[in-house]
Design a binder for this molecule. Structure first.
Ligand code: FMN
Length: 163
């Protein structure tokens, strides 16, 4: 698929088949995302690939809106940034996530960005806490590492193999 075809085909996918994503493809997604540019080449972005069903279901509960569909995603890639390396960790992580999203399209996979940074667990209820804090505890994220978003990854439901 050439570059402009990838750009044209990219869209957010929220419904997936049960087909697992091949390990090799998950590795490719991460290694391409790692080539994204970063401020002063500080490479502050990091990735966690999650396929465990119970963990994915728990991730889907992080927010009252916009994350429930993650429950049926075959894989989830958490996009993190190291805030001790740069104040531009958000910018760097967003570029990394965009590389990941476009690469998924190029590989015939569907994906969808689900935002974490700054989002409340329950919309408009500050007392409900932050989705990021919930995920940090769930995933055992180290101090200094922040979570920008999670990317759902899988084969789009309704897409024929080879299409
Ligand atoms: C910064 C950002 C945050 C997003 N957060 C969510 C989200 O929390 N849940 C969700 O289902 N989609 C989320 N999306 C996907 C957008 O809804 C989607 O990109 C937009 O509606 C355009 O649709 P398209 O990607 O199919 O072109 C997000 C996208 C971006 C770039």
């Amino acid at each position: 698929m050439d570059f402009f075809e990838v750009i044209n085909k990219r869209h957010s996918v929220r419904k997936f088949t049960e087909q697992p994503v091949e390990r090799e493809l998950l590795d490719t997604l991460v290694s391409v995302a790692e080539t994204a540019p970063s401020s002063k080449n500080c490479r502050s972005s990091a990735f966690m690939v999650i396929e465990d069903r119970d963990t994915i279901e728990a991730i889907s509960l992080m927010r009252d809106r916009g994350s429930a569909f993650l429950k049926d995603a075959p894989a989830v890639i958490v996009v993190l940034g190291n805030e001790t390396k740069t104040d531009l960790w958000v910018d760097n992580a967003a570029i990394s996530a965009t590389f990941l999203h476009l690469t998924a399209t190029a590989l015939g996979l569907g994906s969808c960005w689900v935002h974490v940074n700054g989002r409340l667990r329950v919309t408009a209820e500050p007392g409900s806490g932050l989705a990021e804090d919930y995920l940090r505890e769930l995933l055992g994220v180290k101090d200094g590492m922040r979570i920008l978003c999670v990317m759902a990854v899988g084969y789009e439901a309704g897409t024929r193999i080879g299409e």
